[in-house]
Design a protein around this ligand. Structure first.
Ligand code: HSE
Length: 344
């Protein structure tokens, strides 16, 4: 199938996906009959360009890497805002990769609703809309006969949502426990190596793991969003952010980390949820001092991990990257290929 793609937002994740698409173009065509043209980009900082015949994305990446505006692209219509790009271009698939706000879901929520209402597929790594209104958005996609994919909202391209939906199908999943935030895991790992909290956070920002506002990472809000998403999408519950207890890692000192090491333990920021006997769900995010024998204790750097508790297999754990340019960009390809499979 031939996709006509528009990017809403063109930061590191969008650029990461573009690099993968360009490098793997031939393989994607030959192996999966997946073909694409990128027809539009609209980014609040970088500007906008639209060409219904398709943009030269090598040229576009060059512009962006030099810090130039998209308006310097030699041809095409310039200056369309996000809503015009969604509603007025010939794109059939919108990639929503703007700023994440798990409290309001905006501006992504408005973008996604507009795209689905316009009969366009949406793939997105934006956690906000999934935290706020995932079921409404999935219903809206179904009623417009299009698809809404968001594999990358938890553990980036490490496919935790597809794992639960497809390959673990037939199991009852009764809970989960995981390291759901790369920034905090990176900081805790570096602190164990003797780096200060401030330096480790700065390094995590430089490496592109942290959110635009890293308070969301270190105070546990990012992990909390992921706990809400997993509870609602995988466990079938209806939690909101206020239903999850939250504590971040800002209270953990270098001294605490050293002490844990001497005890043969390691601090990790853990997000978990467990269905209770009355059907309710108990969910929380908090630092836990794990013994080194716990499989999650061995997961270091910006790597994430998630254990699902299933009735047929017991605990099933997946470990992989949970942040990063290409790693998150790849999650969008997972969604695009799923749509391609459904429509082929
Ligand atoms: N800031 C997030 C993290 C990015 O550190 O895990 C992925 O959601």
């Amino acid at each position: 199938m031939q996709f006509k793609i528009a990017f809403i937002g063109f930061g590191t994740v969008g650029q990461g996906l573009t690099e993968i698409l360009l490098e793997k173009k031939d393989m994607l065509g030959e192996k999966y009959d997946f073909h694409f043209k990128i027809v539009a980009i609209s980014d609040i900082m970088k500007g906008a360009v639209y060409d219904e015949a398709g943009l030269d994305m090598e040229k576009m990446l060059e512009l962006v890497k030099k810090g130039k505006k998209l308006d310097e692209y030699p041809t095409g219509v310039k200056g369309m805002d996000s809503m015009a790009t969604i509603q007025e271009t010939n794109a059939d698939t919108i990639i929503e990769v703007t700023y994440t706000d798990v409290k309001t879901g905006e501006p992504a929520l408005t973008h996604i609703k507009a795209a689905l209402n316009a009969g366009k597929n949406v793939v997105s790594t934006n956690k906000g809309p999934v935290v706020k209104q995932v079921m409404e958005l999935l219903d809206l996609a179904a009623s417009n006969n299009v698809h809404y994919g968001f594999e990358g909202v938890v553990l980036a391209g490490t496919p935790v949502l597809n794992l639960a939906k497809f390959t673990l199908a037939g199991n009852k999943i009764t809970g989960f426990k995981g390291i759901l935030n790369g920034t905090t895991n990176y900081i805790l790992t570096r602190m164990e190596g003797g780096m200060s909290y401030d330096d480790a956070l700065k390094k995590a920002q430089e490496l592109g793991y942290a959110e635009a506002d890293p308070t969301g990472d270190v105070e546990g809000l990012d992990a909390l969003g992921k706990v809400v998403i997993l509870s609602n999408v995988v466990l079938g519950k209806n939690l909101s952010v206020n239903d999850v207890q939250r504590k971040g890692i800002t209270g953990i000192t270098g001294e605490d980390v050293k002490k844990a090491k001497a005890e043969g333990k390691r601090w990790k920021l853990i997000g978990s949820a467990e269905i209770q006997s009355d059907g309710s769900v108990k969910a929380k995010v908090s630092p836990e001092k794990l013994p080194l024998s716990d499989p999650l204790a061995g997961v270091c750097e910006a790597i994430n991990a998630l254990t699902y508790y299933t009735d047929e297999l017991g605990p099933v754990t997946i470990v992989g990257p949970g942040a990063g340019r290409r790693e998150t960009g790849f999650s969008l390809l997972i969604d695009l290929l799923e749509i391609n499979r459904k429509l082929s």
